[in-house]
Design a protein around this ligand. Structure first.
Ligand SMILES: Nc1ncnc2c1ncn2[C@@H]1O[C@H](COP(=O)(O)OP(=O)(O)OP(=O)(O)O)[C@@H](O)[C@H]1O
Length: 265
């Protein structure tokens, strides 16, 4: 089978500051204050065309960072992602301009995807209908709730028919009817052999929808493989994690966070 996404030694490092002063000092004397934090570190795996990959991990593990790097929204600090085809990311805020109206956002995203004026005019009614936003489509996106933003993002992306679709928690904020409709659309994509990345905390949805799982822990890839195997291990981990006292959970998260810090002063 053909590889559709190859992730090679990808690391994303953010500079962290405790105060505004530290941040300013780092501008004047680079490297003298603040510390580096690896949101993700040395992640490598390859995905084949038609794979539906669930990205799982506890809060802050690096799922969104990885999906934004695969989608080309965020550049990696080192490593590379090789993608065969057009990628589209659906997340609550991905690629939407809050100053523009819903309609203007649709036009803008379609232009970015290289659509002609005629093609935009053709897909516009389809996108508006899928979005269920009614007259809100004429309002600036800054007036939208997170569910409404997610609806608009989902409607644009599924109509764009990309080769690779990344869905980041987009279903968790909408209403149930919209989530069902979106899940049906995602299943249609799956049947057509498209590559999908699905970021979710809803483990039963992940289990039923995904064929492979990448389990991210503290910025590292802990496991990658078939859903039945990785989800068994991940569910056991989550059960144990939830049984820990809040102090022990914090100690576990701190241990992972320390591993991600560099050059600490
Ligand atoms: N722009 C940024 N600047 C600094 N740190 C960031 C930035 N974006 C993400 N991080 C940090 O990187 C880590 C990974 O964040 P990310 O959003 O990728 O995690 P996640 O697994 O998607 O979390 P969640 O399940 O809570 O959505 C977090 O500790 C986060 O604080």
């Amino acid at each position: 089978m053909a590889e559709s996404v190859i992730i090679k030694n990808v690391t994303k490092t953010y500079r962290m500051y405790k105060t505004k002063g530290e941040q300013l000092k780092d501008l004047v004397l680079p490297g003298k204050s603040g510390s580096d934090f690896n949101a993700i570190e040395d992640i490598s795996f390859a995905v084949e065309k038609g794979d539906v990959v669930g990205l799982v991990g506890i809060n802050g593990s690096g799922k969104s960072t990885l999906s934004n790097i695969i989608g080309g929204i965020v550049p990696p600090t080192s490593g590379e992602v090789i993608v065969d085809g057009e990628v589209n990311v659906i997340a609550i805020n991905a690629g939407l301009n809050s100053q523009l109206t819903g309609i203007e956002n649709i036009e803008f995203k379609c232009l970015l995807m290289g659509y002609s004026k005629e093609r935009i005019a053709k897909v516009m009614p389809e996108i508006i209908e899928f979005s269920e936003l009614g007259d809100f489509i004429y309002q600036p996106v800054k007036k939208y709730s997170s569910g409404m933003k997610s609806k608009l993002g989902f409607a644009i992306s599924v109509t764009a028919d990309p080769d690779i679709l990344i869905i980041d928690e987009a279903l968790s904020v909408g209403d149930q009817t919209f989530a069902d409709k979106s899940l049906a659309k995602m299943n249609e994509y799956k049947k057509r052999g498209k590559t999908i990345f699905f970021v979710s905390h809803n483990l039963s949805q992940v289990r039923s929808f995904c064929t492979k799982i990448a389990w991210i822990e503290g910025g590292h890839l802990r496991e990658f493989g078939p859903t039945n195997i990785v989800m068994k291990n991940y569910s056991e981990f989550i059960k144990k994690y939830h049984k820990l006292s809040p102090e022990d959970q914090k100690a576990f998260r701190d241990k992972l966070a320390n591993r991600r810090k560099q050059n600490n002063k």
